[in-house]
Structures are given as structure tokens and as C-alpha cells.
Design a protein around this ligand. Sequence first.
Ligand code: GLY
Ligand code: MN
Ligand code: MN
Length: 450
Amino acid sequence: MNIDPQLPAIDAGPFRARRERFIAHMNETGGGVAVLPTAPERARNRDTHYPYRFDSYFHYLTGFGEPEAVLVLVAGDEPRTILFCREKNEEREIWEGWRHGPEVARERFGFDEAAPIGEFDQRLPELLANQPALWCAFGYDAEWDARVLRALNTVRGNARTGVVPPHAVRDVRAELDEMRLVKDASEIAIMRRAAAISSAAHRRAMAATRPGRHEYEIEAELLHAFRSAGSQYPAYPSIVASGANACVLHYVSNDRRMEDGELLLIDAGCELDGYASDITRSFPVNGRFSPAQRDIYELVLSAQTDAKAAIRPGAHWNAPHEAAVRTLSQGLIDLNLLTGSLDEVIERGDYRRFYMHRTGHWLGRDVHDAGEYKANGEWRPLVPGMVLTVEPGCYIRPAPDVPQAFWNIGVRIEDDALVTDSGCEFLTDDAPRTVEAIEALMEEARDGAA
Ligand code: GLY
Ligand code: MN
Ligand code: MN
């Protein structure tokens, strides 16, 4: 069968290469059969579902976005890749839309075999028979675990016929997380586009912000920019937090009226073709930083600059965090918000009163992406192709020992950093970051609206 020429061309090459690499790893470590399901569809209420999102591991190895699909990888001398997916179904396609069906899916995504998902439960025991190991990701979805265990027990139940069940159960995630940690060229290209869309969305949000508007109006600007540029979803719920809400780290109600003199903190990023972006900008609702807002903003920005300077191949994961903590701690001492020497403030952890989260996380298919942060008990060294966020912040709640001018100032500046051969590159530079650039953009927007 030939692929319908109307279907957009996809490059199955990177997905095939990842499958081959994973099978090579299975062969190096004893062989076996791996089974990876995509995510289930989830009901939201009655007969309405949450927007469907495939599983990140499954999609990393397949590029296949439909629900009800399972990838099977058979290692050994004659490795095989098999996709189980929904069959063509005219009635369902009238109601829900087009489906690949096994044959077109096999050809388009480059599997050795494809079969209807309805055959999976019957085929799995046959596939597991006489294999040394079952590779899967137990503990993520109880229904899936039970399904795989049933197949395993079916193989065990056939022991008297001479069939030997897998004696080892291996977790696919250990190796897949390592693979996902270092992005290949196709992944970096998508992440650049996702970062560009999100940067443009932040510019649009800044331009739309005025006293008297509501946080949700600004959220709507972000969503418009994401979707109209082809992003499928926000990568996580957008945080649009004005005034005191900026000091609530996971604020998502986004329903307050923004007032003159306040700051607005926006943490929002789109997902594009399965990859997240993650940007935070903090700026004055009226377009002009007050002196106290500017003090805190410049401090967080210099913490980010110092953290960025600590990112390069061979530097360890925690180096940017340590740099940000040093700069923030010294700045908070200089502003008389903390007392003691720099070493004391860091050692006692006093800075945590105003900076209580870490400076970043891996970024990729998941906004807090897969991958260990330590190896052999040590922070792992950075290597080119890793992507991480750099997101220092400072959050000042009202308190008697804090001058009132600082109350309710919440600032975070977050960018997405790609580790390069010589250092790092921010993918999100198009979202204005300096005081001057932010004030200029907002002034231009105000002039344009007047
Ligand atoms: N937006 C989630 C985070 O910054 O980690
Ligand atoms: Mn983040
Ligand atoms: Mn964020």
C-alpha cells in the first residue's frame, strides 16, 4: 500500500534511529522484548475527554500520535519493531476523524510490522515466550501494568508446553531517559521553533498588559499566540500572576484585575510537536518599573546572567544554581533584606525565605523533562545537546521587617538554555529581558493603542 499523497510528509528517520539505538542497548544488556504503550484517553466529565496527549516515551520512539497504540521492540539477532494501533473504521472516522490503520502507519513511520490493537493481548504472550527479559515501565498506569502481568502469567501458565517465560523485568526508562537527555538535531530544531513561538507570545502579552485588565485577558493573548503559530497546547498551565499572586509559585487561577503600580509575572510556554518551552517574564503592569521593583528585577537578572555563565560542557548540573544563589544572597544583603555575611546567608539557607525553588530543570518532551540530575552520587556534568531552564527568582511577601516598597514583589526570569560546544545559548532571547527592552516594548504598545 502506498501512503496517501495528501498526508503531510514526515521524516521517520530520527524515530527509527532511536528505536535502533534502544534495541542495540537491549542487546548489549541481555536482549528481550520491550512494550511501550501510548497514553490512555481520559474522561473529563461524562462523555467529554481531556485534550488527548500521547505518551512522551512512546512518541519519542514512534512519532505516532494516535491513542490506543503500543510499540513492541523485539531484540536479538533479527530485531523487529511492531506497532499495534487502531484499525481503519469508517463509522468512527466519520465521528472522530481520520485514522492511519496498521498498514499506512507501518509504512509512514517505518515499522517492520503493524497489527490491529485488538490483537495485542493475544499476541503479547506469544511475543514474550522464550524471551530473556520483559522491558516496560511499571508503576505508571495500574491498568497497563495489570494487562502486561496477565500476559506474563499466561506465558508462565504454558510452562508445561516447554515455553520459558522472561526471567527478568527491566525498566525501559533508565536508558530512554539517558537518550532523551541529549537532544538530537531534529529535536533541537523543534525546540527552537517552540521557543520562538513562546517568545512571541510573551511579547504579545507584554504589549497587551494595562492597569484595569484581567489576568485571564493576558492568558488569552498567550493562548492566541501559541495556537495561531501552530502549537498544539500550552506545555503546562499558564501562570499569569499580578500583585501578591506573583509570590504564589504555582498560581493558575488567573482571574484577578491588574492594578496600577503592580508587577505581573507570566510563566507560560507552548508545546510544539511534543516539545515544551518554558519562559517566565516579570514586568510592571503600567509599563514602568518603580525603584524597588527595578532593584529586585536587576538583582534577579544578574543572578540569571551569572547562572548562564556557569553553563558549559563539563560544568556540573548544580553550578548555575550555586551561581544564582550567591548573586541573589549578596544582593539581598546589600538591600538590607538579609543580614550576615554572604557565606553565613548561604550556609544557613537564609536566602530561601525569598528564593525557595531551584534554578532550573531539564526541558524537552516534558516541561520537567526525563533524566537524572546526579550520576554515581555526583551532580552530572553538562554535555552539548542538553537543554535546561535557567529561572532564578525573588518573592517578597509582606512582613514587618521588610520595607513596604518591596511587599508583594515577585520576580522570576526564566529562559531555555541549550548547552553548546563552548557554553550555552538561550533559545528564548526574543522575549525582552532587560528593564530597558521591556519598558520600550510596553511604551510602544501604549503609544500604538493611544
Ligand atoms: N513552568 C514550570 C516551571 O517553570 O518549572
Ligand atoms: Mn521551568
Ligand atoms: Mn516556567
